[in-house]
Design a protein around this ligand. Sequence first.
Ligand code: FMN
Length: 197
Amino acid sequence: MNVTKSFINGVDFAAFVKHPAFITIATIIGIGAIFFICMQIVFYIYKKRLNTPITDKEEILSNSNTKNKILILYHPSKHGTTKNTVDKISKYYNENGYEITINVASCKKAYATNLYKIIYLVSPVYFGKVSDFLKKFVQENVIENQIVYIVNIGKLHYQPKEFENLASTISNTNEIYKLKLRGDEKDIKDAIENLSH
Ligand SMILES: Cc1cc2nc3c(=O)[nH]c(=O)nc-3n(C[C@H](O)[C@H](O)[C@H](O)COP(=O)(O)O)c2cc1C
């Protein structure tokens, strides 16, 4: 009979690694490690997405009968939910007599923000983070004595922490409103009029 045993310091490792308790613990640790690595990869991909610049994409929904203008800066999300929401917001205001200017937050163009009645800053939320381009825009364009709406698009409920970083950059001469949208609002009018701030 040929019996192979691997003893190291008196411990039978061959038997040890075949023990059901060892197999269970090793499986749990292995699955945990794979899950952790996958989460790190997903985290990296979405963080990069939030901070990858998009070249200028200015759109204007004009209304020749009005002096009321709205400026919307947004950072696009992976599946277009943020831009869809921006389009719904724009449609609502345009139908109510406003002229809307839309651009990506990472745009190179500088805006005379005082020409606009309301400024919207819109970002998707991934892992509790929003795009830093909105903060950069606020730092590079003077925004004083305006109405500013910060809109975060995400599936979770309103989380005050998500707004802190951007809101703290905006001068307190402005009237700041914070709104969390899921992106599937049928009635954007109700969402805007029932602002959670
Ligand atoms: C990896 C990942 C992380 C997310 N983290 C959050 C989060 O922290 N808070 C939140 O409200 N929504 C979160 N969401 C939901 C997205 O913000 C939501 O799907 C949003 O509509 C993004 O638009 P998209 O579907 O075009 O990517 C997350 C989604 C993904 C895929």
